[in-house]
Ligand binder design. Structure first.
Ligand SMILES: [Zn+2]
Length: 335
């Protein structure tokens, strides 16, 4: 099987020749950048460079993925937020400031898809499709409505709105929902194989299951209904307290980190939703050593992940040989 077929088949819960080893969150490392001589921040702004950096995860370390973008600020930037695109090559962009201070003053511009770096992202998808589309799964990410609301309004302001003015907070996140649907469909039209929806702000580390149910779940259900094709949801932290809600979104796969107990998740998800994960990206994958990475990778496979992957974004300073150790386990593991 080629990596693309292997990843998609496993995501759909069907039989594969061996477990895929992939990444659906950030994949770029400094060593990969040096290997292909393309660097951030330019790789965030130039479609050819973005495509080459996405491919590097496979070409340099063997991860079966071509995933873009590398940051979570593209939607916020297109909506007028100021973004910090650091000149330091190991730093991931973040939102510096936002024009929105209340739940009322937001409108989606007609030319949303022409704003900021959205054209760069969509062009990079087309390049990947042409260059590696037969071989690698092209994965495009959108930020989920709840998380996007906290980026657009600022976490503290949005939390305040949830408490003081829940209806307004919900109507704000309805706008974020529409943005998410517009970008998700544009990614599908540009040719992605998998749309990944990222709700790092809706983690149970940050909000209670009750708030998740009230503010994050409804918009997610709508997004999953209105973006066609294969989808993967990523939520950081322990997903088990909200796992029934996750299933109700209808996601094809759930990407989870080391805080989620795989056996418990598996029991609830059965074969309805596949599991991608869950190697600790910092304490294991970045810090190593190689033997520990191999041990944890075997453990993840044996406890039931369907696709072996880092639990969250790969830290840019992660050594290639650490990622290669995880890849090697997937390639050599015999059930
Ligand atoms: Zn995460």
């Amino acid at each position: 099987m080629l990596p693309k077929e292997r990843v998609i088949t496993a995501l759909l819960g069907k039989e594969v020749d061996r477990i895929p080893v992939t990444a659906v969150c950030q994949t770029v490392t400094v060593e990969q950048m040096r290997a292909i001589n393309i660097f951030w921040p330019s790789g965030h702004k130039n479609p050819e460079e973005m495509a080459k950096l996405a491919e590097a995860a496979y070409r340099v370390t063997g991860l079966e993925t071509a995933k873009i973008p590398f940051d979570q600020t593209i939607e916020a930037e297109a909506m007028g937020c100021k973004i910090h695109l650091s000149e330091r090559i190991e730093e991931i962009p973040h939102v510096k400031s936002t024009p929105y201070t209340s739940v009322e003053e937001i409108e989606i511009p007609d030319d949303l898809l022409e704003r900021g770096r959205i054209p760069v992202l969509l062009e990079a998808v087309k390049i990947l499709k042409k260059e590696v589309g037969d071989k690698l799964p092209v994965i495009g990410t959108v930020v989920a409505p709840f998380t996007l609301s906290t980026l657009l309004m600022g976490i503290i302001e949005y939390y305040k709105a949830m408490r003081m003015n829940p209806d307004k907070a919900k109507s704000f996140s309805q706008i974020a929902t529409e943005i998410c649907i517009i970008l998700g469909n544009a990614l599908v039209d540009a040719g992605v194989d998998i749309v990944k929806i990222e709700d790092m702000g809706a983690s149970t580390d940050v909000i209670s299951p009750k708030l998740f149910e009230e503010f994050a779940k409804g918009p997610l259900v709508e997004v999953f209904k209105k973006i066609p094709g294969i989808k993967v949801l990523h939520i950081c932290g322990d997903v088990n307290p909200i796992i029934s809600a996750v299933m109700e979104t209808g996601t094809t796969g759930i990407s989870i980190d080391q805080k989620t107990d795989i056996k418990t998740a598996k029991k609830i998800l059965k074969d309805k939703t596949t599991i991608i994960g869950n190697i600790d990206p910092v304490k294991i994958l970045w810090e190593g050593p190689v033997d520990k990475i191999k041990e944890e990778s075997i453990k993840a496979i044996e406890t039931g992940v369907d696709l072996l992957a880092p639990g969250c974004s790969i830290a840019p300073l992660t050594p290639n040989k650490h990622i290669e150790a995880m890849v090697e386990v997937a390639k050599t593991y015999k059930r």
